[in-house]
Design a protein around this ligand. Sequence first.
Ligand code: ZN
Length: 340
Amino acid sequence: MFKTAIAGSLPKPAWLAETEKLWPQWKSQGPELLQAKADATLLWIKAQEDAGLDVIGDGEQARQHFVHGFVEHVEGIDFENKVTMGIRNNRYDALVPQVVAPLRLKGRVHAFEAQLTRAHTKKKIKFTLPGPMTIVDTVADRFYGDKVKMAMAFAELLNEEALALQADGVDIIQFDEPAFNVYMDEAADWGVAALERAAQGLTCTTAVHICYGYGIEANNNWKKTLGNEWRQYEKVFPALAKSSIDQVSLECMHSHVPMELMKLLEGKDVMVGVIDVANPEIETPEEIADTIGRALQFVPKNHLIACTNCGLAPMSREVALKKLQALADGAKLAWERHGA
Ligand code: ZN
């Protein structure tokens, strides 16, 4: 069968946090919040297993946002005095913390949810971390004065946590690098090197997720400016093909990415996005199997993993549940068509 996995995030239940928001406020505090995070994580493990997915994630239920969930645990960052900064090449403004001193981890970042996930499923588990280049693009630098230097500093910390996650029993560690699609030359120039630094010494499977962002308005408007053919991947894939990273997650469903660009990832496992995260309409198994069929022209069968385009965090729980099922059903149909 084609393996199935999600990119990373899933919606937070209404009793955990505000719903359908990218930066939601928590609904409780202290031990009560920790329990709510654990409950939500268990709920999504069950939902992924029920849908029949092969690789299980924590749905990022224990972090407010995929970047700041990590950064909050880093010393040398002023979270009290956030500033507004244009991110992703000024696509939209975000309230970001400031780097004000040398960076150091305060302790473990994701031990709680990683160990919880490991304890509650026998399937392979994937854990996501933000990539160094994307972190650098989501914090304000008042200390390093040099993007690459700061990215390498973050990469060292990511590596520390990644090695600990591997020891927790995580099978796949994925770094999320949407910034690779925005700063393509820099991504090839130093972004991939920073990524490899973050993955240094890992013996588990390593992955990178590169997308065109969550289905929020600013991203949807940006996509309209990119023309009929989105060739951003063309610049970074050759550098990734040469890298030590095992898997690449990319967006494909309802996307203007030319499929043939997947050829540039020869030798890698390709997580093909077959679930649109910007549209609440549920994909049919036929539509998903068609997309997988077209991807198979460029990716060998044993290297293809069916995945979502990006995280499902800002969607409704009901839609996300149906999309998980569609993913599994579509991959099954694709195998019936193309597996033999
Ligand atoms: Zn994404």
